[in-house]
Write a protein that binds this ligand. Sequence first.
Ligand code: CP
Ligand code: NVA
Length: 301
Amino acid sequence: MNHFLDIHKTSREDLRHIIDHAQSMKQARDGRPKGTPDAELPLANHMVALIFEKPSTRTRVSFDVGVRQMGGQTLVLSGADMQLGHGETIADTARVMSRYVDLIMIRTFEEATLLEMAEYATVPVINGLTNRSHPCQIMADVMTYEAHRGPIGGKKVVWSGDGNNTFASFAHAAQQFGFDLVFTGPETLDPEPALHPHITIERDPAKAVQNADLVATDTWVSMHDPVSARERRHNQLRGYQVNEELMAHAKPDALFMHCLPAHRDEEATSAVMDGPHSVIFDEAENRLHAQKAIMRWCLGV
Ligand code: CP
Ligand code: NVA
């Protein structure tokens, strides 16, 4: 069963195939109206469930549009409206959903929910973000980097900010795609220790960004963080804002990425987000293409 649960749980060969396939599918439909199906319809007669226990714009829309372009059908479900939100076990939900649909994408809080879904489903399961990782995002980011600058292997990627779920998937990707990943942020918001062997930690953001090929950040307060932590996090992270001054330490042709949604002029300034280094909307677009390739890999179609 090809579940797509995390980047480090997927082989390097399969990851490379997914990125290259995403790029070729993107090119194949270049310029076609958004509502036109692809020339190939690999998901014809397939039903895909998209389950959300947290809000989403990009993940929801890109998965839904992607399935439709490939000839399949979607059910977009809110966890709170399912029996899942009223005490039915994940295992039973997984067994039942597998009788109706061919593929399940879930965005949830605890990683344990995703893993239980994958254990008991008899159809492939895709991680659409948990508190711990966000692999679909980083597949789109690798695709975006390579479309602009060529192979990401050996490049220097710097993350400035919170050592959160999106960062964790960057760390998994560093292992698999062979790039150097530097984390700069306060010690209190360090990534989980299991990631430390795969990254370099540098507390000084200007030093960290020296010679970077790619600078990335994300919101200072994630969906799973308590609202009460907002002020403390802002105070700890203020010095790690990605602004033009910080970007000036990177290579002149460095790219800037943010998975979005952004809090403009908090974790990154609008000058950077809308400036010459930024590829944030290409990243958002590439969610569509990367996830289409992920779904085809999961289903073997
Ligand atoms: N980047 C991302 O996953 O965005 P959404 O929360 O809008 O899906
Ligand atoms: N770290 C963010 C990513 C949102 C796409 C969150 O989990 O809220």
